[in-house]
Design a binder for this molecule. Structure first.
Ligand code: PEP
Length: 258
């Protein structure tokens, strides 16, 4: 069975002003090779999307939003819609990041609405799921992930799910320097693919891309990419450094084409 085309995605979180984002993007554009074997995406803050989109023209690097609201437009102060992201040059959007769940009250139900809003215009949702440290310690990892899948993907058809990327991000590994071991990550990725198979059938499950996220860096991407069900990475901290992010992309290409 051929492995899925990997995706390496950089989540810049609330870092980088427009000028700083422009500088990082220019460096990345020169460092990330023009490759077809791996998809690459960066998600800057909303205020930097258009400047980054301009610099990325002619490069293989895709652009993503870090969030969206489910309405198309309206009196929703502070929010950004799917058509706004598309018009700014995005073709990806991160949905349900654990920081949004933790600080901004996102739930599986709001994640579901956001996925439904992203799909019609062609944005690829990168849907984040994962357990907290306390949940892992009390052996609830699989039940938490299952609930996030069941509720987050409720009503998503098998045609639609093929446009969705899932990111498994154990909350205890995000920004902490603690990485899940390759076996810990693979075990949950396999569980997610198994859930997909039950929900959507074998062929769809084989095609769904499942990223790992949580303190990914050049030192660990190679090992992670050797695992059967790991199809790339959602990278936070290390994506803010052009050399580190470009190294992660290069090492993932080697692993994917080995
Ligand atoms: C993230 O923001 O999705 C993330 C995984 O962050 P970090 O790589 O810094 O752990």
């Amino acid at each position: 069975m051929a492995k899925r085309k990997p995706l390496i995605a950089g989540n810049w979180k609330m870092y980088k002003t427009g000028p700083q984002a422009a500088e990082l993007t220019s460096r990345l554009k020169s460092l990330v090779p023009d490759i077809m074997d791996v998809d690459v995406m960066v998600a800057p803050p909303f205020t930097a999307l258009e400047v980054v989109a301009g610099i990325l023209k002619g490069s293989v690097i895709h652009l993503g939003g870090q969030d969206l609201f489910w309405e198309v437009e309206g009196a929703y102060t502070g929010e950004i819609s799917a058509p706004m992201l598309e018009a700014a040059g995005c073709n990806y959007v991160i949905i349900g990041h654990s920081e949004r769940r933790q600080y901004f009250g996102e739930t599986n139900a709001t994640v579901n609405r956001k996925i439904q809003a992203a799909l019609p215009g062609g944005l690829i949702p990168v849907v984040c799921i994962g357990e907290s440290e306390a949940e892992r310690e009390s052996n609830e990892t699989f039940s938490v992930v299952q609930k996030q899948l069941e509720e987050g993907l409720e009503g998503i058809t098998s045609d639609e799910i093929q446009k969705v990327t899932v990111a498994y991000e154990p909350v205890w590994a995000i920004g902490t320097g603690k990485t899940a071991t390759t076996d810990q990550a693979q075990e949950v990725h396999q569980f997610i693919r198994g859930w997909m198979e039950t929900a959507y059938g074998n062929s769809v499950a084989n095609d769904v891309r499942i990223l790992y996220g949580g303190s990914v860096k050049p030192e660990n991407i190679g090992d992670l990419m050797t695992m059967a069900d790991i199809d790339g990475a959602l990278v936070g901290g290390a994506s803010l450094d052009a050399d580190s992010f470009a190294a992660i992309v290069r090492l993932s290409i080697n692993a994917a084409t080995d």
